[in-house]
Design a protein around this ligand. Structure first.
Ligand code: THU
Length: 141
């Protein structure tokens, strides 16, 4: 899956805007994620931390929870992840978020493009490159 320059810029802008809402007082590392679906819908999330540090939710996980909670079951075409404090090296989804993203992707049989964004760079990878041989709903029969 590839996006036009405009689709890519719009998705990154949506993730950036979501990062502005990040609740990250403990790490001071705001992150935004934007999920693009095949029908054009965009669902965003930001990281949400907690005074009990280990309960932090990543931006991608929040976005996926919103998408599934709104009834989305597949159709995930692309994801943008923006770390407002990521300078040179683009942020990439953490391991748990790769698995969480895989759930929505697997439900619709797509392999979404993941745009990993820093101030200076955009890294384009597929979810299957980030999470090869993924465990998914299909394994449960
Ligand atoms: N974080 C994300 O939101 N997504 C990732 O993929 C990596 C990390 C958040 C979690 C925590 O709130 C902060 O970044 C620092 O780890």
């Amino acid at each position: 899956m590839s996006l036009s320059d405009k689709q890519e810029a719009d998705l990154i802008a949506a993730a950036q805007a979501a990062a502005e809402h990040a609740y990250a007082p403990y790490s001071d590392y705001p992150v935004g994620a934007a999920l693009l679906f095949e029908d054009g819908a965009v669902i965003t999330g930001c990281n949400v931390e907690n005074a009990s540090y280990g309960l932090a939710l990543c931006a991608e996980t929040v976005a996926v929870a919103k998408a599934l909670g709104e009834g989305r079951r597949g159709g995930l075409a692309a994801v943008a992840v923006v770390g407002l404090k990521a300078d040179a090296e683009p942020i990439t989804p953490c391991g748990r978020c790769r698995q969480v993203l895989n759930e929505v992707a697997a439900l619709g049989g797509t392999d979404p493009l993941v745009l990993c964004v820093s101030k200076d760079d955009v890294r384009r990878v597929s979810l299957s490159e980030l999470l090869p041989h993924a465990f998914g709903p299909g394994h449960l029969g």
